[in-house]
Design a protein around this ligand. Structure first.
Ligand SMILES: Cc1ncc(COP(=O)(O)O)c(C=O)c1O
Length: 378
């Protein structure tokens, strides 16, 4: 089977990820941060090692500011529900995933503006600046769109937020492990990331970097293994936001995924994904009936490619690719209806999304192109 759905979750993982999760499940399987026996201490070290490697990857100087969650959605919910209160104004982008759009819609008394932009170049900086109000508390931006691969200018937006005194939350679901991220150099106050996509870790992992300027209410309260005499949630990080037993085996795998990325180099992974995306875009452009969306080929084109095919509903095309050609892609709205409204594909069933990963080969891309070309003959 040819797996081209890495934007949903990456697969396969490096061998070291499977081995680390297996080792943790068998031999480091006490409850981390709870008991004092060897198995519990071993599990605690697994969790803290994952925190150190995550901090290292994202340029975080205080690792306790990396809070682990089950996925990017939980991290985004912690940031949005934890920070915003009635009367706040938030600026977001049209490409936002539902894991940003839905919490924002659920927050009562919070005003939301969408920064103008286009699906090829991303958010327009002047247009974003023009939306600023005295009560603008937060800017939340998609780093790389999961529909079009469009990259927003997060470094420039971070500088704007710092100059104007709003916090900056970045949804790094499609960029973590693929694009360089340094939260301190890029003025990012809150970084939400999944562990199971570009970081190559197991599902059930993710996290939120919480910068010193961001004071968040916890999403949940409970046991942390610390300050147990008090019914108040501890103020200390990461305990404040990490109640309940951690996903030790998942985090062991996440460390192995991050180590793989750092050994390979984010720049090299990015260049490789751009090469595959460009091959795909150029090949698709030559197939009659294909319509492409998002940025054109380029040296840092993200590995998320969306297209529609004349005569086919996106879901039907994806079904045939899976059923007849053993090629796994995703079709539909990809949980980002705003992006499809901007593309004009909201009412027509969305797009077919092909997302290569760091283990995809050029031959697999060519096989996918042949299969799409084959579809146009029927
Ligand atoms: C841009 C974007 N944000 C958020 C998410 C949610 O990530 P998770 O599945 O880890 O909750 C996704 C997942 O596809 C995404 O692509």
């Amino acid at each position: 089977m040819i797996y081209l759905d890495n934007a949903a979750t990456s697969w396969p993982k490096p061998e070291t990820v499977y081995a680390a999760a297996d080792k943790a499940l068998r031999g480091q399987s006490g409850n981390p941060g709870r008991s004092g026996h060897k198995l519990s201490l071993a599990a605690g070290r697994v969790v803290e090692e994952a925190r150190l490697w995550t901090a290292r990857l994202f340029g975080v100087s205080a690792p306790e500011r990396v809070v682990f969650t089950a996925n990017a959605t939980e991290a985004l919910n912690l940031a949005l529900h934890g920070l915003l209160a009635p009367g706040a104004h938030v600026i977001t982008d049209a490409l936002a995933h539902n894991s940003v759009a839905r919490p924002l819609a659920a927050l009562t008394g919070v005003e939301v503006s969408r920064a103008p932009g286009d699906p090829e170049r991303g958010v327009d900086l002047d247009g974003l600046a023009a939306l600023w109000r005295p009560n603008t508390a937060l800017v939340v931006m998609t780093h790389i769109s999961n529909v079009t691969g469009t990259e927003n200018p997060v470094r420039e937006i971070g500088a704007l937020c710092r100059a104007r005194g709003a916090l900056f939350l970045v949804d790094a679901a499609q960029s973590a492990g693929v694009a360089p991220i340094d939260v301190e150099a890029m003025n990012i106050d809150l970084l939400a990331f999944p562990g199971h996509k570009g970081l190559l870790g197991p599902q059930g992992t993710g996290g939120l970097y919480v910068g010193a300027a961001a004071r968040l209410r916890p999403l949940k309260q409970g046991g942390t293994g610390s300050f147990s005499e008090s019914v108040q949630q501890p103020r200390r990080l990461p305990d404040r936001y990490e109640s309940g037993t951690a996903n030790t085996a998942g985090l062991a795998g996440l460390t192995a995924g991050i180590r793989y990325i750092m050994e390979t180099g984010v720049a090299r992974i990015r260049a490789r994904e751009a090469e595959l995306a460009n091959r795909l875009l150029q090949g698709l452009a030559d197939i009659p009936g294909v319509r492409l969306y998002g940025p054109p080929p380029g040296p840092s084109r993200a590995g998320v490619v969306s297209f529609t095919l004349a005569g086919y509903d996106a879901a039907e095309a994806a079904f045939i690719l899976d059923d007849s050609f053993d090629i796994a892609v995703r079709a539909g709205l990809h949980c980002a209806p705003g992006a499809h409204a901007a593309l004009g594909t909201l009412e027509t069933g969305g797009t077919v999304r092909v997302s290569p990963g760091c283990f995809t080969t050029a031959a697999e891309i060519d096989r996918c192109l042949e299969a799409v070309a084959e579809l146009t003959k029927h």
